[in-house]
Design a protein around this ligand. Structure first.
Ligand SMILES: C[S@@+](CC[C@H](N)C(=O)[O-])C[C@H]1O[C@@H](n2cnc3c(N)ncnc32)[C@H](O)[C@@H]1O
Length: 281
């Protein structure tokens, strides 16, 4: 009989796994992007670029969804890209050759032309000057196909300017490769806001059911950009039209109704998240 082996405690999830489970819904993003692209252009979306890709969950899921899909992910942070290669691309096997991760600054990268580029979870907010944002949007414009579309999400409402902590329970789920993710607590900590220049500092903290804390798992030092400001800069970068796509609100469930539509008016919300689609043609 061999030696008795000690039972190992269940491995604690990585902070990237908890991030994906709490703030991303890549299937919803991709359904909407494919719909917006096909409605506008009359042919399906094939080549997608995820700027500020982090773990590249969206780029990976896009390739998983179709044999003729190809994606690019761009990020400055090498350790996060290494994690993406091992945990997100690795399990895809040969299909992962249709994902191209670039360790680069989105202000410098020269990628091939794509159908659709996106910048999500407000990552572009690291650019605090209008001049730099215009430079970024202009670079994206030139790296899109003739009928290309750029989609970014926008965030606002009166409570985004308050120093508050938004706490919610994230239920147990599965990641895109069907691995189990336990339930946990997610805290969005708006720790600083300056009304003079909209400088905002936020942190994400996690807490597992066994009490393990991931304090300041992620910190963001941003400018809170107004939605009209972003649309003006997109127009200056050359996009011929921008549209806002928002979901409806289910009062009873106190949650999104999951239906996205173009909107020209959106009122009376403490905080909101919506998408801006910028069209090259
Ligand atoms: C909030 S995460 C976004 C992750 C994921 N794409 C999402 O939508 O949730 C922001 C990422 O942007 C990256 N980043 C920040 N500045 C960048 C830049 N100038 N160029 C490329 N990546 C950048 C960071 O390394 C980080 O991984």
């Amino acid at each position: 009989m061999g030696k008795k082996r000690k039972l190992q405690p269940a491995a604690r999830p990585d902070k990237h796994t908890l991030y994906e489970a709490s703030v991303q819904a890549v299937d919803i993003d991709l359904d909407l992007f494919a719909r917006i692209f096909e409605e506008r252009n009359g042919h399906p979306l094939k080549k997608l670029r995820e700027d500020f890709c982090g773990t590249a969950q969206l780029a990976v899921e896009w390739v998983r969804q179709g044999a003729d899909h190809e994606s690019w992910g761009i990020d400055l942070d090498k350790p996060t890209l290494d994690w993406a290669r091992e945990h997100r691309m690795g399990p895809l096997g040969v299909d992962s050759t249709r994902i191209h991760l670039l360790h680069a600054n989105v202000l410098e990268v020269e990628g091939p032309k794509v159908d659709l580029a996106c910048a999500l979870n407000f990552s572009y907010s690291v650019f605090k000057e209008r001049r730099v944002m215009l430079e970024y949007f202009t670079r994206v414009y030139h790296q899109l196909a003739d009928d290309g579309i750029f989609i970014l999400d926008s965030w606002g409402g009166p409570t985004t300017m308050q120093n508050i902590i938004d706490k919610r329970n994230v239920v147990a789920s599965r990641d895109i490769h069907n691995n189990q993710v336990p339930g946990f607590k997610y805290h969005w900590d708006q720790s600083y806001f300056n009304f003079i220049d909209n400088h905002i500092i936020t942190h994400i903290h996690f807490r597992l059911k066994d009490g393990t804390k991931y304090k300041k798992a992620f910190t963001y030092d941003w400018r809170l950009w107004g939605l009209p400001e972003l649309r003006d800069i997109l127009a200056d970068a050359g996009f011929v039209e921008t549209e806002c796509w928002f979901d409806g609100w289910d009062d009873e469930a106190e949650d999104s109704d999951g239906h996205y539509a173009r909107v020209k008016e959106y009122t009376e919300m403490d905080s909101w998240v919506g998408y801006i689609a910028a069209y090259k043609k």
